[in-house]
Design a protein around this ligand. Structure first.
Ligand SMILES: [Fe+2]
Ligand SMILES: [Fe+2]
Length: 214
Protein backbone atom coordinates (compact mmCIF):
# COMPACT_ATOMS: atom_id res chain seq x y z
CA UNK A 1 0.00 0.00 0.00
CA UNK A 2 1.29 3.48 -0.85
CA UNK A 3 1.31 5.42 2.43
CA UNK A 4 1.34 8.73 0.57
CA UNK A 5 -2.32 8.23 -0.35
CA UNK A 6 -3.22 7.84 3.32
CA UNK A 7 -4.31 10.46 5.84
CA UNK A 8 -2.22 10.88 9.03
CA UNK A 9 -4.80 8.83 10.97
CA UNK A 10 -4.71 6.06 8.34
CA UNK A 11 -0.92 6.04 8.56
CA UNK A 12 -1.04 5.79 12.33
CA UNK A 13 -3.50 2.88 12.21
CA UNK A 14 -1.55 1.16 9.45
CA UNK A 15 1.64 1.56 11.53
CA UNK A 16 -0.07 0.16 14.63
CA UNK A 17 -1.37 -2.76 12.57
CA UNK A 18 2.16 -3.52 11.28
CA UNK A 19 3.52 -3.40 14.84
CA UNK A 20 0.85 -5.72 16.26
CA UNK A 21 1.24 -8.13 13.35
CA UNK A 22 4.98 -8.32 14.10
CA UNK A 23 5.07 -8.61 17.87
CA UNK A 24 1.77 -10.46 18.32
CA UNK A 25 3.04 -13.98 17.55
CA UNK A 26 1.86 -16.02 15.71
CA UNK A 27 2.87 -13.66 12.94
CA UNK A 28 0.40 -15.10 10.46
CA UNK A 29 0.93 -16.67 7.07
CA UNK A 30 4.06 -15.84 5.13
CA UNK A 31 3.43 -14.86 1.49
CA UNK A 32 5.98 -17.44 0.29
CA UNK A 33 6.60 -21.09 1.15
CA UNK A 34 8.95 -21.86 4.01
CA UNK A 35 12.36 -22.76 2.45
CA UNK A 36 12.47 -25.77 4.81
CA UNK A 37 9.11 -27.11 3.58
CA UNK A 38 10.55 -30.02 1.57
CA UNK A 39 13.37 -30.84 4.01
CA UNK A 40 12.94 -33.75 6.40
CA UNK A 41 13.22 -33.16 10.15
CA UNK A 42 16.43 -34.59 11.57
CA UNK A 43 17.13 -36.33 14.86
CA UNK A 44 18.43 -33.69 17.25
CA UNK A 45 19.44 -34.20 20.87
CA UNK A 46 17.75 -32.05 23.54
CA UNK A 47 20.81 -29.83 23.80
CA UNK A 48 21.02 -29.39 20.02
CA UNK A 49 17.32 -28.56 19.82
CA UNK A 50 17.55 -25.93 22.52
CA UNK A 51 20.68 -24.41 20.97
CA UNK A 52 19.03 -24.26 17.52
CA UNK A 53 15.91 -22.72 19.09
CA UNK A 54 18.05 -20.09 20.82
CA UNK A 55 19.76 -19.17 17.55
CA UNK A 56 16.46 -19.03 15.67
CA UNK A 57 14.99 -16.87 18.47
CA UNK A 58 17.89 -14.45 17.94
CA UNK A 59 17.13 -14.42 14.20
CA UNK A 60 13.43 -13.91 14.88
CA UNK A 61 14.27 -10.93 17.13
CA UNK A 62 16.41 -9.58 14.29
CA UNK A 63 13.44 -9.88 11.94
CA UNK A 64 11.19 -8.07 14.43
CA UNK A 65 13.76 -5.27 14.40
CA UNK A 66 13.95 -5.43 10.57
CA UNK A 67 10.17 -4.93 10.33
CA UNK A 68 10.39 -1.91 12.59
CA UNK A 69 13.44 -0.44 10.83
CA UNK A 70 11.97 -0.73 7.34
CA UNK A 71 8.52 0.50 8.41
CA UNK A 72 10.15 3.35 10.37
CA UNK A 73 12.29 4.34 7.39
CA UNK A 74 9.35 4.06 4.97
CA UNK A 75 7.25 6.38 7.14
CA UNK A 76 9.75 9.21 6.85
CA UNK A 77 11.19 8.48 3.36
CA UNK A 78 11.10 11.56 1.14
CA UNK A 79 11.25 9.75 -2.19
CA UNK A 80 8.29 7.61 -3.36
CA UNK A 81 10.50 5.00 -5.07
CA UNK A 82 12.59 4.61 -1.92
CA UNK A 83 9.47 4.28 0.20
CA UNK A 84 8.21 1.54 -2.15
CA UNK A 85 11.58 -0.21 -2.05
CA UNK A 86 11.44 -0.21 1.75
CA UNK A 87 7.90 -1.55 1.83
CA UNK A 88 8.92 -4.36 -0.57
CA UNK A 89 11.89 -5.27 1.63
CA UNK A 90 9.63 -5.17 4.69
CA UNK A 91 7.30 -7.68 2.99
CA UNK A 92 10.21 -10.09 2.44
CA UNK A 93 11.37 -9.53 6.01
CA UNK A 94 7.88 -10.47 7.16
CA UNK A 95 8.29 -13.89 5.53
CA UNK A 96 11.64 -14.27 7.33
CA UNK A 97 9.89 -13.43 10.59
CA UNK A 98 7.15 -16.01 10.02
CA UNK A 99 9.61 -18.75 8.92
CA UNK A 100 11.78 -18.19 12.01
CA UNK A 101 8.74 -18.33 14.24
CA UNK A 102 7.58 -21.59 12.62
CA UNK A 103 11.02 -23.12 13.19
CA UNK A 104 11.21 -22.00 16.85
CA UNK A 105 7.88 -23.69 17.51
CA UNK A 106 8.94 -26.86 15.67
CA UNK A 107 11.90 -26.93 18.05
CA UNK A 108 9.49 -26.70 20.98
CA UNK A 109 10.20 -23.14 22.12
CA UNK A 110 8.76 -19.62 21.90
CA UNK A 111 9.91 -16.34 20.29
CA UNK A 112 11.58 -13.70 22.46
CA UNK A 113 9.32 -12.24 25.13
CA UNK A 114 11.04 -8.90 24.56
CA UNK A 115 9.73 -8.48 20.99
CA UNK A 116 7.88 -5.22 21.82
CA UNK A 117 11.17 -3.78 23.07
CA UNK A 118 13.08 -4.84 19.92
CA UNK A 119 10.33 -3.36 17.76
CA UNK A 120 10.07 -0.04 19.60
CA UNK A 121 13.85 0.46 19.72
CA UNK A 122 14.38 -0.35 16.05
CA UNK A 123 11.41 1.77 14.93
CA UNK A 124 12.79 4.79 16.77
CA UNK A 125 16.27 4.26 15.25
CA UNK A 126 14.73 3.74 11.78
CA UNK A 127 12.63 6.88 11.93
CA UNK A 128 15.49 8.93 13.46
CA UNK A 129 18.03 7.96 10.81
CA UNK A 130 15.34 8.35 8.13
CA UNK A 131 14.74 11.89 9.35
CA UNK A 132 18.35 12.76 8.44
CA UNK A 133 17.49 12.19 4.78
CA UNK A 134 17.20 9.29 2.36
CA UNK A 135 20.91 8.81 1.65
CA UNK A 136 21.63 8.33 5.38
CA UNK A 137 18.60 6.20 5.82
CA UNK A 138 19.76 3.99 2.93
CA UNK A 139 23.28 4.02 4.36
CA UNK A 140 21.92 2.76 7.64
CA UNK A 141 20.02 -0.03 5.87
CA UNK A 142 23.05 -1.02 3.75
CA UNK A 143 25.24 -1.26 6.86
CA UNK A 144 22.56 -3.11 8.85
CA UNK A 145 22.14 -5.71 6.11
CA UNK A 146 25.94 -6.10 5.82
CA UNK A 147 26.18 -6.81 9.55
CA UNK A 148 23.16 -9.12 9.40
CA UNK A 149 24.74 -11.18 6.58
CA UNK A 150 27.89 -11.67 8.66
CA UNK A 151 25.79 -12.63 11.66
CA UNK A 152 23.75 -15.16 9.62
CA UNK A 153 26.95 -16.66 8.22
CA UNK A 154 28.14 -17.22 11.78
CA UNK A 155 24.83 -18.95 12.59
CA UNK A 156 25.24 -21.25 9.58
CA UNK A 157 28.48 -22.40 11.25
CA UNK A 158 26.96 -22.59 14.72
CA UNK A 159 23.72 -24.47 13.98
CA UNK A 160 23.83 -28.19 14.78
CA UNK A 161 25.28 -29.98 11.73
CA UNK A 162 22.13 -32.07 11.28
CA UNK A 163 19.66 -29.20 11.50
CA UNK A 164 18.96 -28.80 7.79
CA UNK A 165 15.55 -27.21 8.28
CA UNK A 166 16.92 -24.24 10.27
CA UNK A 167 19.85 -24.01 7.87
CA UNK A 168 17.58 -23.76 4.78
CA UNK A 169 15.72 -20.83 6.34
CA UNK A 170 18.89 -19.01 7.40
CA UNK A 171 20.48 -19.48 3.95
CA UNK A 172 17.44 -18.03 2.17
CA UNK A 173 17.36 -15.10 4.59
CA UNK A 174 21.08 -14.44 4.15
CA UNK A 175 20.67 -14.30 0.33
CA UNK A 176 17.77 -11.86 0.59
CA UNK A 177 19.51 -9.66 3.19
CA UNK A 178 22.41 -9.35 0.75
CA UNK A 179 19.96 -8.25 -1.97
CA UNK A 180 18.37 -5.69 0.37
CA UNK A 181 21.81 -4.26 1.11
CA UNK A 182 22.72 -4.11 -2.60
CA UNK A 183 19.44 -2.36 -3.47
CA UNK A 184 20.10 0.23 -0.75
CA UNK A 185 23.57 0.89 -2.17
CA UNK A 186 22.17 1.11 -5.72
CA UNK A 187 19.54 3.62 -4.53
CA UNK A 188 22.26 5.98 -3.24
CA UNK A 189 23.24 4.86 0.27
CA UNK A 190 25.88 7.03 1.98
CA UNK A 191 28.77 5.30 3.79
CA UNK A 192 28.22 5.67 7.53
CA UNK A 193 30.99 7.02 9.79
CA UNK A 194 33.03 4.31 11.57
CA UNK A 195 31.81 5.14 15.12
CA UNK A 196 28.17 4.79 14.01
CA UNK A 197 28.90 1.35 12.54
CA UNK A 198 30.60 0.39 15.79
CA UNK A 199 27.61 1.57 17.83
CA UNK A 200 25.32 -0.50 15.59
CA UNK A 201 27.46 -3.60 16.20
CA UNK A 202 27.31 -3.05 19.98
CA UNK A 203 23.52 -2.57 19.93
CA UNK A 204 23.09 -5.71 17.82
CA UNK A 205 25.28 -7.67 20.23
CA UNK A 206 23.10 -6.69 23.21
CA UNK A 207 20.00 -7.80 21.32
CA UNK A 208 21.42 -11.09 20.06
CA UNK A 209 22.90 -12.09 23.44
CA UNK A 210 19.63 -11.33 25.23
CA UNK A 211 17.23 -12.89 22.71
CA UNK A 212 19.13 -16.20 22.78
CA UNK A 213 17.81 -16.68 26.34
CA UNK A 214 14.56 -14.68 26.56
FE1 LIG B 1 15.34 -10.63 7.16
FE1 LIG C 1 16.86 -7.63 4.95
Amino acid sequence: MNNRQLSPIDRLLSGANDALRTIGAPAGRPARDNPAASIAESELSRTEKSHAAGLMRVNHAGEVAAQALYRGHATVARDDDIEQQMQRAAAEEFDHLAWCEQRIRELGEEPSRLSPLWYAGAYAIGAASGALGDKWSLGFIAETERQVCKHLDSHLDELPAEDNRSRAIVEKMRDEEAEHGESAVAAGAAELPGPVKQLMRITARVMTRTAYWV
